[in-house]
Design a protein around this ligand. Structure first.
Ligand code: FE2
Length: 168
C-alpha cells in the first residue's frame, strides 16, 4: 500500500515535470515563430517602408531569444529524450542535426543583429536586397527547424508518461 502511494507520487511528479517541459518547449517554439513573422514583415517592407524602431528592437532581442530556446532544448529537452525508450538511432541523428542547426542559426542571428545595429534607413537597392535575402534565409531555416521539432520532437514529449518510461 505504502509502496503504491510512493509509486503514485513519483508518477504525479514525473507527469508534472513532463507537462512543464511540454509547456516550456511550446512557449519557445511560439516565440521563435513570432519573431520569424516580424522578420518576414521587415523583409517585405524593405527598403521604403521599413520601421527602423522595430529593426532596432529586433536587433536587441533576436539573439537572446534564439539562444534561450536552444539552451532549453540542449540542457533539458534533449537529455530528457536521451533517457527515454524512444531514444534510438534515428532520434539520435535528428538531435544531432538540430544541434548543428542551432549553431548555424545563432551565427546567422548574430549577423542580423549586427545589420540591424547599423544604418537601416536610406538603404540603396542592392543593400536592401542583400538584407532581405539574409532575413529570408534565416527565418526560412528557423521555420523549417520549428516544423521538424513540432512534428518529430513535440509528439514524443506529449506522449503519456507511462509510454515514455525512463530506462533505469
Ligand atoms: Fe531547436
Amino acid at each position: 500500500m505504502v509502496e503504491n502511494q510512493k509509486e503514485h507520487g513519483d508518477r504525479n511528479a514525473a507527469d508534472k515535470a513532463q507537462s512543464l517541459l511540454v509547456q516550456t518547449f511550446v512557449h519557445h517554439l511560439e516565440q521563435q515563430q513570432s519573431i520569424c513573422d516580424v522578420l518576414e514583415a521587415i523583409a517585405d517592407s524593405l527598403p521604403g517602408n521599413v520601421d527602423v524602431q522595430v529593426c532596432h528592437r529586433v536587433g536587441q532581442t533576436l539573439l537572446p531569444l534564439i539562444v534561450r530556446a536552444h539552451q532549453f532544448e540542449e540542457s533539458q529537452l534533449f537529455p530528457f529524450l536521451g533517457k527515454s525508450k524512444h531514444f534510438q538511432f534515428e532520434l539520435m541523428q535528428t538531435i544531432k542535426r538540430l544541434r548543428a542547426e542551432h549553431v548555424s542559426d545563432e551565427d546567422y542571428a548574430a549577423d542580423i543583429c549586427g545589420a540591424f545595429a547599423g544604418e537601416i534607413r536610406n538603404l540603396d537597392r542592392s543593400q536592401a536586397e542583400s538584407l532581405g535575402w539574409m532575413l529570408r534565409g534565416f527565418f526560412e531555416n528557423v521555420r523549417r527547424h520549428i516544423s521538424l521539432e513540432r512534428e518529430h520532437i513535440l509528439p514524443l514529449i506529449e506522449t503519456n508518461y507511462t509510454k515514455l518510461t525512463m530506462q533505469r
